[in-house]
Design a protein around this ligand. Structure first.
Ligand SMILES: [Fe+2]
Ligand SMILES: [Fe+2]
Length: 219
């Protein structure tokens, strides 16, 4: 069993605890954990990226969604969003809430203004204002290409994985900014798309379509 501290750095755990009550909408809590893990991998592959800016920003970037009426959340995103204005709203709320959390804890070695600067505009501004911003955006958008991200998005909209793959190829993957992020997104998308063709080549689907429950596994 992997302890929570193995993913989230001890420095960031107090931020996580304060962020959690704001992340319990639209799977943002799950998204945040996976994006944080992804960010650590991208930082390791990206010389010059500063984890003390990127990781707290990933942890707090979506706290603002909690302020948006829940029934409107899925209208703000997706292939044809009818309320894109709410995306900007969640950034503005997010900067305010993240500032409260960061100033309450003042984590050692963390430049609070630098963290808030990349939370602001993380979705509405497609270009990166810095390398740290690029890595943070890539962890956020790269999440969509992970097994967890694809399952979650398919679940929100009740669509097959082929629809999610289409959205990634048509729209989302083009937003990736760093070499590591692009490789991650293209690799994940290609691998899942190829898996969808297993039945066409073999006459049967993958032998193991789902992960077994961790508790049942003994090595
Ligand atoms: Fe966001
Ligand atoms: Fe996000």
């Amino acid at each position: 069993m992997t302890a929570a501290a193995d993913i989230i750095l001890p420095r960031d755990l107090p931020l996580w605890h304060d962020a959690r009550p704001y992340l319990d909408v639209r799977n943002n809590d799950e998204h945040t954990i996976v994006a944080y893990g992804l960010a650590r991998a991208l930082i390791a592959q990206t010389p010059g990226a500063d984890e003390s800016v990127v990781l707290p920003a990933v942890l707090l970037h979506d706290v603002g969604w909690k302020m948006i009426p829940q029934e409107l959340l899925l209208l703000a995103i997706g292939r044809r969003p009818s309320r894109p204005d709410l995306v900007r709203d969640h950034e503005v709320h997010g900067v305010r809430i993240a500032r409260e959390i960061l100033e309450r804890h003042r984590p050692k070695g963390v430049d609070i203004e630098a963290v808030l600067d990349i939370i602001d505009g993380h979705d509405t501004v497609k270009e990166a204002k810095s390398l740290n911003d690029a890595v943070m955006k890539d962890a956020d958008k790269g999440w969509r290409t992970t097994p967890h991200g694809m399952r979650t998005i398919a679940g929100w909209y009740g669509v097959p994985v082929s629809e999610v793959l289409h959205m990634l190829r048509e729209r989302s993957n083009a937003l990736m900014l760093t070499p590591a992020g692009k490789a991650l997104a293209e690799g994940n998308t290609a691998a899942v798309a190829a898996e969808q063709q297993v039945a066409a080549y073999l006459g049967h689907g993958p032998e193991f379509p789902d992960f077994p429950d961790a508790e049942d596994v003994t090595w």
